[in-house]
Design a protein around this ligand. Sequence first.
Ligand code: HSE
Length: 420
Amino acid sequence: MVKIGLLGCGTIGSGVVELLGKEWCQKQQLSIEKILVRNLNKHNSTSYGYKLTNNFEDILKSDIDIVVEVMGGTDPAYFYVKQSLLQGRHVVTANKDLIARHGMELQKIAHQNGVRLLFEASVGGGIPIIKPLSESLAANNITEIRGIVNGTTNFILSRMGNSGRSYETALKEAQQLGYAEASPEADVQGYDAARKLAILSSIAFQESVNYEDIYIEGITNITNDDISLAKYLGYSIKLLALSRRNRHGIMARVSPVMLKNAVPLAQVADVYNAIIVKGDAVGDVLFFGQGAGKLPTASAVVGDIFDIVRHNIGSCSPENSALQDMPLAKVDMADSKSDFFIRLKPTHRFDAMNEVAGQFQRFEFVFPDMVKLGKAIDQNQIIFIAYGVLEKDIQQRIALLKSSGKIESILSIIRMEEEL
Ligand code: HSE
């Protein structure tokens, strides 16, 4: 019998308990020995008959083979996971904060102690992506990762687009459905997506990408007008996580982008995630599925448990680890180019248009037909698309526009991207 100690019994933890309780799962001779929870009273009635404890020492004292960490956050998860590995227990975790911050160190400890650390559920919820990236695509030089890796923001943007819901109402709905992180900032400000991008990029490029080096912009400034105008132009707005490797280093960013409706990622709606990996041998590979939620995430966690149970022998060498010892990546996007959709409120309309023409070499004004747009928007705004602007230049040009005195405020700046 393989004994499991579960750290946390919230949304994901109860999903893991549910899946491991299924008949076919039980045939694998797995048993949940103990569950660590913060508040015993809160969980006594929902413990499914398993032994609960609020003392981590109880987990290690029990004869546990695999510790499953589904608490989230890094404190105390980092300490618990480290102790478990040091004491020779395999660890399965769904925790992207933990892996993005301490993944390489923990994987080293796992190796030194002859055990495994698996974290499939940390990116993409139920989508298998860590293992395909580190094993199935190992023959490739991977040059690009692009994906929608946060279910909450994709759900919010889809709801705002489909039903005209406000940002606040859509966020509340996502929270009620159990998609959002404990603090919505992690989702809506793009931090969650950046942590996932750091994990994927490190594995793909074999250089350690620090998530704090990733350029991050969330969705809190996206308005219903932006979404309607995007639709009018044939685009959808998505929170895109993008990293590319070139000769100089790695470009990595998380930001809202307008994607042409015809490209696959633009079609990814609600809580679904999708990730496109570009390899030199395989070309583009698309991974798609539910990126958050109880059972999809638990599916990935239980998959890792099965992996350990079935393939443990000889699998603990660093060569078999997704996050091998690797050098720190140089992450910089200053020299990459994007097209930008920009809306601004002028003080003097024609002078402001002249300023735009002075600042941007290639640009196009947009004059939306209100009937086709299907809603009334403030007529006193200038909308334009600036083409092929270097990231290191865009803020400077916007600052010059602002300082011209012809512009009252900048309403939106959104990158536009066509998938290659
Ligand atoms: N809050 C995360 C999301 C959960 O919405 O994608 C899954 O990582």
